[in-house]
Structure formats: structure tokens, C-alpha cells
Design a protein around this ligand. Structure first.
Ligand code: DLL
Length: 447
């Protein structure tokens, strides 16, 4: 196996300026990707026994890869591979080369641990800075960072990116919403970084204090870490008087900043192809799908040292487009992630994502944009109940709660095609998000 595996890939393209790299013609990007891919595969093979066994079993040899097309012969990597090799078994760098660990909370069993060398942190900061710049953040801006700090990658990822861009970071983390509102005002933040559901919570708390949120200097929201709909975007834009931009990422691949919308188009997130290779596969057959087709997003890292990921199955459902973007960036666009395939609900034979329910509810007259989906067992079938709040300015009687519920049920049936129960709730009764919103409460009997 290649003795080059220790060395970071050197290419003349690596010395381009940011704008040059972001607008590199696609043929140049493909050349760069193939070169970096060979480096990644060799590094994974040489340093990670798990990859060596998998590659050998699949009879693929990293030094024979000609173009990125050949990657389709390589095995996938799953979250379970990280769990099975807990904590550091998938790392390609020795502990002495690491400078940071993050981990996902892991609802069941062990957390997923991810590691970074100093170089990885350097590139992550650069990509997050690039993402924020694309989103319209500028040097000198005051960035109120309400992503959670700690093992979650959101807080530190956005923090390092904003600092790299030359911003003034306010490291708030999540929670303590009244204090967030006070400091947003006092420090005159230009940018709000948070999950979209937490931004909504902040707006609501500010409004309850009689603050005109639209009059605050905040002009951009850099929102991500959970699925959200265009309807929620419109709600946030108008309530906060901002332009909100979608940022995507996941710990296993890096953290926030794997892809970000540009504020020119706000129509799909530019996936940074000089550092990642994006594929869409059919989650059932695992076959690659063509550009434009909807399926599961699979990502291969191209420059990660500590934790190279080869064909990582994100479970996120989306599609890609390589059509030119109005901003001039050439990097592929990942369309809004509608949800994860493991979040997909199958209700009486109809596939439903929570974000589709959100798209129906948000903006419907008389409703507040707060909702939760409850799943119960109805005999052998799954039953879905949508709990939604009515708007605070409605005269709330039991009668109009019931009428509202029927109306919403009808809308969901006609827009998504699924029959469900709806409970319209009084204002302020549903839980408010402090980070990633819990959209589905599963009370089904386990077999
Ligand atoms: O959520 C990283 C992140 C932090 C992204 C801050 C953006 C902003 P994880 O906790 O590992 O990492 O969760 C990753 O969250 O696979 C998606 O299912 C979901 N996700 C992240 N961004 C978006 C988005 C961070 N913009 C998982 N739209 C991913 C929809 C998103 N889903």
C-alpha cells in the first residue's frame, strides 16, 4: 500500500484563493477530488483495520482508483461501524496527533465519537468561515452563537468559523432564552446562529417581553442542525426581520459547514466538493442514483486526517443539482434535507416526514408554529396525532379548538394524503426547543 498515506495531498489547486476554489470549473473539481480521494482511501486502508478488512473483502485497492466514479465499488460506512469500533477504532491518527474529540449524545447505547487533528480543525474552521461568508456574514459582524457548546459540534464549529472570518463571537450556547434576548439587544448582534426551532423560541420570548424583534440589528440567521421547511423560513424571516440561510453538516463527516446556502439564491446548499464527495443512493437497493434524483446522501471525506469517512451513509434524504447557481459558485447544491430515512413515518401505508407536516402547519391562519407528532399503536396499525398550538391572539374556546383541529386534519389529508388525528392546543402548552427540536414522540408498543 502507498507509503504516501501519511502525507496530506499536495496539489497546485490547493493554493487557490477561496473565491477561485469556490468557482473552480467542475472539471477541475473532479481532478482535485480524484487526487484527494486516492489519498483518503490509502490513509483509511493503511491506518484503520476496519477499512482494510472491508476493502479486502470487496476486492478494491485504493491505488487502482482512476476516477471518483470507481468509488461506487467501495463498501459503505454506517453509524454502527463507529459504534462497533467505540471509542477510537475508526481513527487514522494516533492519540498524539489529535487535538479535539466531539461526540453525539446517542439516544441508545454508546455515543458516536469523532476526532480531529489540528489540521482537521484548521480546515473545518475554514469551511465554516466559507459557509458563513456565503450566507452573507461579514468580517466585523457580531455573531450571537446559540448553538450548543460542548460535545455537540454546533457551538465550537460555528465559533471557530466566525472567528476565522474575522467576526466578534458571542459564545452563548443554548438555553437561558431571556438572557439571550437581553444580550442580542445589548451587544447589537448582526448574526444569529442557532437551530431554526430555537430561533423561533428566542423570537417568541422577545415578543413576550414587548421587544420589537424586527427592529433589532440582526440581519442574518445561520440556521441548521435539524430539518426545517421553507414555510418555517418565511416565518423566521418575517418575525425576526432577517434573511435566514440553511447550513448543513454532521459530526461523523466534520460538523457544521459541510454545505451551506448562498444568500444570493437560497436554493440548495453548496456542498464543498474540494473537501467532500457527495453521492445519492437508493436506500433500498444501495445503487447510486443520477444527479437530480431523490435518495440518501452518502458522503466521503477528502481531506480528513483523524477520521476519514468512506461512503458514509448519512440517512438524510435529499437530491443534488449541478445546475449553475446565480452566485457563480460551481460546487454542487444539496437540496433542502427533508428528513432522515429513519425519521420517516409510515402511517397507514403513506410515507410522511415531520417536515412535511411542518410545511402544512406553519403559516396556516390562526395557528402558532409549534407542533409535535405523537405516534400510538392502534391495534396492529400506527396512529399519528398532530398536536399544534393555536395563535395567541385567537379567542380560545373549546369550540374553536375543535373546529381548528378539524380544519388542520383536512389540510394534512389534502396536502400529504395521510389521515391523522389533530389536537389543537392552547397557546404556550407545547414544549419549546432549546436546540434540536423533538418533533416525534413515539408511544407505540414495541413488539
Ligand atoms: O447537527 C451539525 C450541525 C450543527 C449542522 C450546526 C448545522 C448547524 P449532528 O448532531 O451530528 O451534527 O447531526 C447531524 O442533523 O445528519 C441531519 O439529519 C441533521 N441536520 C443537520 N443540518 C441540517 C439541515 C449537526 N440544515 C444530522 N437540515 C444530519 C436538515 C440537518 N437536517
Amino acid at each position: 500500500m502507498s507509503t504516501q498515506a501519511h502525507l496530506h495531498p499536495v496539489s497546485s489547486l490547493q493554493f487557490m484563493t477561496e473565491p477561485e476554489m469556490e468557482t473552480l470549473p467542475r472539471a477541475g473539481l473532479a481532478t482535485l477530488q480524484a487526487e484527494r480521494l486516492r489519498w483518503t482511501l490509502a490513509r483509511a486502508y493503511t491506518h484503520v483495520p476496519h477499512y482494510r478488512e472491508k476493502f479486502d473483502a470487496a476486492r478494491v485497492a485504493p491505488d487502482r482508483l482512476k476516477t471518483a466514479e470507481d468509488l461506487k465499488h467501495y463498501p459503505f460506512t454506517m453509524k454502527t461501524d463507529l459504534r462497533d469500533n467505540y471509542p477510537f477504532g475508526m481513527f487514522a491518527s494516533p492519540g498524539s496527533d489529535l487535538s479535539r474529540l466531539h461526540a453525539s449524545s446517542g439516544t441508545t447505547g454508546k455515543p458516536t465519537v469523532v476526532g480531529y487533528t489540528a489540521g482537521d480543525i484548521e480546515r473545518w474552521s475554514g469551511l465554516m468561515a466559507r459557509s458563513m461568508a456565503a450566507a452573507g456574514v461579514r468580517p466585523g459582524d457580531v455573531v450571537h452563537n446559540a448553538y450548543g457548546y460542548g460535545l455537540f459540534t454546533g457551538g465550537l464549529g460555528a465559533h471557530y468559523g466566525a472567528e476565522r472570518l474575522g467576526c466578534i463571537v458571542v459564545p452563548m450556547s443554548g438555553g437561558g432564552t431571556e438572557r439571550q434576548v437581553a444580550l442580542l439587544q445589548d451587544f447589537a448582534a448582526d448574526i444569529l446562529c442557532s437551530t431554526p426551532s430555537y430561533a423561533l423560541n428566542i423570537a417568541e420570548v422577545a415578543e413576550a417581553q414587548g421587544i420589537d424583534v424586527r427592529a433589532l440589528p440582526v440581519r442574518r440567521g445561520v440556521f441548521g442542525a435539524e430539518p426545517w421547511s421553507d414555510q418555517m423560513r418565511a416565518e423566521l424571516d418575517s418575525r425576526l426581520g432577517i434573511t435566514s440561510v440553511d447550513v448543513y453538516g454532521l459530526s461523523e463527516i466534520m460538523g457544521p459547514g459541510v454545505a451551506c446556502e448562498c444568500d444570493t439564491a437560497r436554493a440548495g446548499l453548496h456542498g464543498w466538493e474540494d473537501h467532500f464527495l457527495f453521492e445519492i443512493i437508493d436506500p433500498e437497493t444501495l445503487e447510486p442514483l443520477a444527479m437530480g434524483e431523490t435518495g440518501e446522501l452518502v458522503i466521503t471525506t477528502l481531506t480528513k486526517e483523524a477520521l476519514p469517512m468512506v461512503r458514509y451513509r448519512t440517512r438524510d434524504i435529499t437530491r443534488l443539482t449541478d445546475e449553475p447557481c446565480g452566485c457563480g459558485r460551481t460546487h454542487v447544491r444539496i437540496l433542502r434535507v427533508t428528513g432522515r430515512d429513519d425519521d420517516m413515518l409510515i402511517i397507514r401505508g403513506v410515507n410522511v416526514y415531520p417536515s412535511q407536516v411542518e410545511a402544512v402547519l406553519v403559516g396556516l391562519a390562526g395557528l402558532a408554529p409549534h407542533y409535535q407528532i405523537r405516534l400510538d399503536s392502534d391495534g396492529a396499525l400506527d396512529a399519528m396525532t398532530v398536536e399544534v398550538e393555536v395563535a395567541a391572539d385567537d379567542a380560545v374556546t373549546e369550540d374553536n379548538l375543535a373546529t381548528k383541529a378539524l380544519e388542520v386534519r383536512h389540510h394534512i389529508k389534502s396536502m400529504i394524503g395521510v389521515t391523522c388525528s389533530v389536537e389543537a392546543k392552547r397557546p404556550g402548552t407545547l414544549p419549546r426547543s432549546q436546540g434540536k427540536a423533538v418533533r416525534v414522540v413515539d408511544l407505540r408498543k414495541k413488539p
